[in-house]
Design a protein around this ligand. Structure first.
Ligand SMILES: [Mg+2]
Length: 120
């Protein structure tokens, strides 16, 4: 059975890139969210196996959204996707309980490896 991914990103380009990278793989995009608020709201209904979470978004950013989702669902598997790889961002993502960090721009192989680790 394919694993269901919820993509959270305010960039249409990144949503399309993720869609392309996951085509023909064991992963299926179950939902797209354009904001942290949207992600928090949709998580319950979608119940994805894994979430890819952008960091910089209007309103609630990805780190805060991830923290809220993990507070409500400690078993949530969230991978941060960002070009913002400062040490403090990385540290905070880990402290919150994010399962991985994908740098933009990403390659399919890197993406799949991190998904596999996050779901292990
Ligand atoms: Mg963004």
């Amino acid at each position: 059975m394919s694993k269901r991914i919820m993509v959270v990103d305010d960039s249409r380009l990144v949503r399309v890139q993720l869609e392309d990278a996951l085509k023909g793989t064991e992963y299926e995009i179950a939902a797209y969210c354009r904001s942290g608020e949207d992600a928090i709201e949709q998580y319950d209904a979608v119940k994805p196996d894994l979430v890819t979470m952008d960091i910089i978004m209007q309103g609630i950013d990805g780190l805060d959204a991830a923290e809220i989702i993990l507070k409500n669902h400690p078993d949530a598997r969230i991978v941060m996707v960002s070009s913002l790889a400062y040490d403090d961002t990385f540290e905070r993502a880990k402290a919150i309980g994010a399962k991985g960090f994908i740098d933009k721009p990403f390659h399919q192989e890197q993406l799949l490896n991190i998904f596999e680790q996050a779901l292990a």
